[in-house]
Design a protein around this ligand. Structure first.
Ligand code: 5GP
Ligand code: MN
Length: 340
């Protein structure tokens, strides 16, 4: 099912004629990028560069350490660090690709610059409810990851043979991280067929898994232990669990950017827990991450109560109230809606 994104968005195939001659291409993704965000952006960067385009990948914020090994990261501009160069690249671009998000606000400080840009904007994304602001694109919530969609895009261009080991590593990373290492229901046969294709090219999947998941600092591991003992509440009645992290908690173990990555998933390994929430106090807002198993729709939950969105089983949102108020509000909702 493709979602209605308004009359404006032309199918992605209509972009092909625009890519027949060398173009300046700007690619971006969402704030606080994850494996699928950076993986899809860099895979497309490698592919379009190979096709002779001049490509600038821009991340709205820093690339986390567990993704820094990915081929092409030195070419990525961090908007928060280099806003002038980033906006310059945006202004000069002929085409703008937006990957792994479907609402300009997900790029945070880049929102206005993107909204103001008049060049053709192209969406490749798998989140629910895209905003009707793209000229071309593809939006399929049933897809495992944006990386799978970039792989499809390359194939649709007839360029499967151009996929090299750099692209394969980027594509694999996004599929692996967005499918929970191939365990979520979204892991379709087409995902495994894609991975088989990448493996046949010599992809070193074990190394990638280790780079992403086995690259923790000792303090991150101890931080996890502390969080699970001290900061996790289990609500058996609601088949739910909650982890709350104040600024103070985050500083206790000198937590690095990325150290809270994946924390929200741990409670779901408790038998019977089907809904997990992480509430994190940040300097400018309170961030919430939601994960579920089965038929509790956390995308609607995030949209209805926390100004957010995402996928059916993985979503996020935010509040502008205090950390303490957010926790109280969340608990009130939990008892009101009574997730099963
Ligand atoms: P995370 O919990 O890892 O930050 O996000 C989980 C999923 O929800 C991701 O697919 C992410 O794009 C989406 N998401 C997170 N925060 C927001 C938000 O504030 N708004 C929307 N629309 N989606 C979000
Ligand atoms: Mn994704």
């Amino acid at each position: 099912m493709e979602l209605d994104t308004g009359d404006r968005m032309q199918p992605i195939q209509d972009v092909f004629p625009l890519l027949q001659s060398p173009k300046k291409v700007f690619i971006t993704t969402h704030h606080k990028p994850d494996g699928d965000a950076i993986g899809s952006m860099l895979a497309l960067y490698h592919y379009l560069t190979k096709k002779g385009h001049l490509v600038t990948p821009v991340s709205p914020s820093e690339i986390p350490d567990f993704l820094a090994w990915m081929p092409g990261t030195p070419f990525v501009l961090n908007y928060e660090e280099r806003p002038t160069e980033s906006v310059d690249a945006l202004t000069k671009a002929d085409l703008i690709f937006c990957l792994d998000f479907n609402d300009f606000s997900r790029t945070k400080h880049m929102e206005q610059a993107l909204a103001d840009a008049t060049q053709p904007k192209i969406l490749i994304d798998h989140h629910l409810f895209p905003k009707p602001v793209w000229d071309y694109g593809v939006s399929i919530p049933e897809k495992s990851s944006t990386c799978e969609m970039v792989y499809d895009f390359i194939n649709l261009c007839g360029d499967n043979a151009l996929i090299d080991l750099n692209m394969a590593a980027c594509l694999y990373t996004g599929v692996m991280t967005d499918t929970g290492s191939f365990k979520f229901p979204i892991t379709t046969a087409s995902v495994h067929i894609m991975v088989a294709d990448l493996l046949q090219r010599g992809l070193d999947h074990t190394r990638i898994h280790e780079e992403v998941y086995d690259s923790w600092s000792e303090s991150r591991m101890r931080f996890l232990g502390y969080v699970l003992i001290e900061k996790m509440e289990v609500f058996r009645k609601y088949n739910s669990a909650l982890i709350t992290l104040s600024r103070k908690d985050q500083n206790l173990f000198k937590s690095q950017n990325g150290d809270t990555e994946g924390l929200v998933n741990y409670p779901l390994s408790i038998s019977g827990i089907r809904f997990a929430t992480l509430i994190t106090e940040r300097s400018d807002e309170v961030k919430l991450s939601f994960r579920s198993k089965g038929d509790f729709d956390v995308s609607s939950f995030a949209r209805n109560y926390f100004d957010g969105g995402g996928h059916f089983n993985a979503s996020g949102g935010r509040t502008k109230t205090t950390f303490i108020e957010t926790i109280a509000y969340f608990k009130k909702i939990l008892s009101d809606i009574h997730p099963q």
